[in-house]
Design a protein. Structure first.
Length: 229
């Protein structure tokens, strides 16, 4: 059974060990002010002058110096069947999680994070990277995006969808990882999406962060309204 280690009424920024800039960290914290680290993400935060309120993981990558600095805030989950991202995500009880430091590193780690999004459809989690934002689409959503915005879809299992506001409509096309995917579609107006199962990832430019959070229904949790940069 999952145990809630961090409970919050605000969004939580979850830092991984894959590397991220101070600018990206500040952008995340504008929308998700609570700060948690997944294992070695604690070292990344400390180098940027930020101390997380909790560190969650199997602790195979966090430094001894970080352990000493953050004593009392360490929450080890020693099992090796899941990733540190999975361990942390399932241990956070919050309206949503913004993940940084989980994209642009090792490909196997990045794929494992995407797998984690699908394994926990009950968690609202947006992965924020240097160029993109990625999230698991709910059964139905609307997105207010500028015309011409890139919108990619990647299925993590068999799924069909319907859409409005896309240059190439979905039209109940059967999507699958080993079949049809939806790379580099284009927004033509207000976007409406509906999917048959919680298996479709939506990938948008980083500047669409607020639109993504709006589309996921998270503005009621006190977002600042600062646009993604």
């Amino acid at each position: 059974m999952n145990r809630s280690i961090v409970q919050s009424k605000e969004g939580v920024t979850l830092a991984g060990g894959g590397g991220f800039s101070l600018k990206l960290l500040e952008l995340a914290r504008q929308h998700a002010p609570r700060m948690v680290a997944a294992d070695g993400g604690a070292d990344r935060l400390l180098r940027l002058g930020v101390e997380p309120e909790a560190v969650i993981g199997d602790f195979d990558s966090i430094s001894e110096a970080a352990k000493q600095k953050l004593a009392g805030r360490l929450h080890p989950i020693p099992e090796q069947a899941t990733t540190d991202f999975d361990k942390a995500l399932r241990s956070i009880d919050a309206p949503f999680v913004l993940g940084i430091g989980f994209s642009g590193a090792r490909l196997d780690h990045g794929l494992a994070v995407l797998n984690g999004l699908v394994l926990h459809p009950d968690k609202r989690c947006v992965i924020l990277g240097g160029r993109d934002v990625v999230f698991l689409a709910p059964p139905e959503m609307r997105l207010e995006l500028a015309r011409g915005t890139r919108l990619s879809l990647f299925p993590m299992g068999a799924v069909t969808g319907e859409s409005e506001g896309l240059r190439w409509p979905l039209d109940s096309i059967p999507f699958a990882p080993d079949g049809m995917i939806g790379t580099s579609n284009e927004v033509t107006g207000p976007v409406w999406l509906r999917f048959s199962a919680a298996r479709m990832l939506v990938i948008l430019p980083r500047t669409a962060l607020v639109a993504a959070l709006d589309g996921l229904g998270l503005t009621r949790f006190g977002l600042t309204g600062v646009r993604g940069q």
